[in-house]
Design a binder for this molecule. Structure first.
Ligand SMILES: Cc1cc2nc3c(=O)[nH]c(=O)nc-3n(C[C@H](O)[C@H](O)[C@H](O)COP(=O)(O)OP(=O)(O)OC[C@H]3O[C@@H](n4cnc5c(N)ncnc54)[C@H](O)[C@@H]3O)c2cc1C
Length: 457
């Protein structure tokens, strides 16, 4: 098998015979070496196809690895797995300024794609904390969300074309730059968000936006959840289409972040139960700033918010967003940490979070409860720290967070996907009929069950 794989990619693009242990399966677990039979680095779609033909013929199980930033255990490997890493498929093939598209291979790191289009005065609106490591293939296969979904939608809203390799090596190419295509099933949507269980994404075409000429941000302190909802409505109305971020942070999370560095000492006091960070992307710098500051003053006058800080320069803007994005500070506070990314209807969030916090506080091994989220999308993140780690304790915490999802018609995963870690809870968000259809799709596209086996279903 190794000899045949070497013939496809060359000796320099495969790690085996112990060398695979130089790699790891997650960026936060660099001390745990990859446990697999080999790691292979294809450089083209054709090579992926040949690898998959060989694997299909030999019933060889494959784990696909991108930037290794997922939070659901989906890139973890077993002894007999073959890892296909997309690290070497890292070419930006084209930026088409007239069609406003970028064509990228799936191993391109998000931040590199963002910088490349920025130089052409365009914008790829995807934005989240792991952008410096996450790869396009991983982002597309998890349908990542992030900080600007309120305005631009999830990853699936930004994709025009896709190329994938199926489990038997067949290449399916739908690399079109058009927005409207109702000629039958929208096949690309099958692969977006399917976490590498139906095919290996090799290339993607994203649609781009004009680069905004202004970006302003503010952080506000609020005394109750009802006003958080009022503030969202107020800002959506006042800024119409230019509100591009609305992030909610609970008090304990804000306090921990603010206290973590002297960098944040000029930010708001830590005495509010809720903090909201907003972002405006616009095209008229002077008037945009004026409009935002007027709105903030009005929100204070109308008692919707209590206090606010409007970033006056790039340094303050970065400081506000660092506080929101650098979640590793929260994870490091705990001996062991569990991450959650549930979806709930906006009106029930306060009550559901309070119920969960109350129950979690009764568990003696819970060290920290950090809550924050993309409120406008109804997406709440929990990072829960515990002093001891075993299956029973993990399950107890999972059960508390996921208990009312079905009742509220929420979702066990707003963003990160199901992977391996959340499989047992898929049924909290999906009906038997839906799960059955997922199984039928999997069987039809990967009949030998060799692609990312055991993920999602
Ligand atoms: C600090 C931090 C912040 C984050 N913030 C957010 C956030 O705001 N919003 C959000 O949605 N997510 C967030 N995430 C998680 C997010 O899902 C991942 O960052 C990203 O989408 C995964 O990309 P990756 O390249 O790291 O993929 P990996 O972790 O390598 O893989 C993820 C999944 O995709 C599969 N895969 C990888 N490449 C391919 C491919 N080419 N074809 C098919 N399948 C493939 C893998 O097998 C795996 O199942 C965050 C993660 C971190 C660490």
């Amino acid at each position: 098998m190794i000899n045949k794989l070497e013939k496809i990619v060359g000796r320099d693009s495969i790690l085996s015979n112990g060398k695979e242990k130089l790699r790891f399966d997650h960026i936060w677990k660099t001390d745990i070496p990859t446990n697999a039979f080999a790691v292979i680095f294809p450089k083209s779609t054709q090579q992926i196809s040949e690898i998959m033909k060989l694997c299909h013929y030999n019933n060889q199980k494959v784990v696909i690895q991108g930037g290794l930033t997922n939070l659901v255990g989906s890139t973890i490997t077993k002894k007999n797995d073959l890892v296909i890493s997309l690290d070497k498929m890292n070419q930006i093939e084209e930026i088409d300024e007239k069609s406003r598209t970028i064509t990228v291979q799936s191993g391109v790191i998000l931040e590199d794609a963002i910088s490349a289009v920025d130089k052409k005065n365009l914008m790829l609106p995807l934005n989240f904390g792991a952008k410096g490591s996450a790869q396009i293939g991983g982002i597309v296969s998890t349908n990542a969300g992030g900080l600007r979904v309120i305005r631009y939608g999830m990853t699936r809203n930004l994709i025009l074309g896709i190329e994938v390799v199926l489990s038997d090596g067949e290449i399916i190419s739908s690399m079109k730059k058009i927005t409207k295509d109702n000629s039958g099933y929208d096949i690309k949507q099958l692969f977006i968000g399917s976490e590498g269980t139906l095919g290996i994404i090799s290339k993607v075409i994203f649609k781009l936006e004009e680069k905004p000429s202004s970006r302003f941000s503010a952080i506000a302190g609020l005394t109750n959840y009802e006003n958080v909802i009022n503030f969202l409505k107020f800002m959506q109305k006042g800024l119409s289409g230019s509100l591009s971020g609305f992030e909610l942070i609970w008090k304990e999370t804000y306090k921990t972040m603010r206290d973590s560095s002297s960098e944040y000492s000029s930010l708001l006091d830590t005495n509010f139960p809720y903090y909201v960070i907003i972002e405006l992307l616009g095209s008229d710098p002077d008037n945009d700033y004026k409009r935002l500051s007027e709105l903030i003053y009005s929100a204070i006058e109308e008692n919707i918010i209590e206090d606010a800080l409007l970033a006056q320069n790039e340094r303050e803007l970065k400081m506000i967003w660092n506080l929101r994005e650098d979640v590793s500070v929260l994870a490091k506070k705990s001996t062991y940490d569990q991450h959650f990314d549930i979806s709930l209807p906006i009106p029930v969030i306060e009550n559901e979070v309070n119920i969960a916090i109350k129950k979690l506080n009764k568990l003696p091994y819970v060290e920290n409860i950090f809550v924050f989220g993309h409120l406008a999308d109804g997406n709440i993140h929990f990072i829960i720290g515990k002093s001891k780690n075993d299956e029973e304790k993990t399950k107890k915490i999972n059960d508390i967070i996921y208990e009312n999802l079905r009742k509220n018609l929420g979702s066990v995963s707003a963003e990160h996907g199901i992977g391996i870690d959340k499989k047992a809870y898929l049924k909290t968000s999906r009906s038997n009929g839906e799960i059955d259809l997922m199984n039928r799709l999997k069987k039809s596209l990967d009949p030998k069950n060799i692609l990312n086996t055991g993920r999602i279903i």
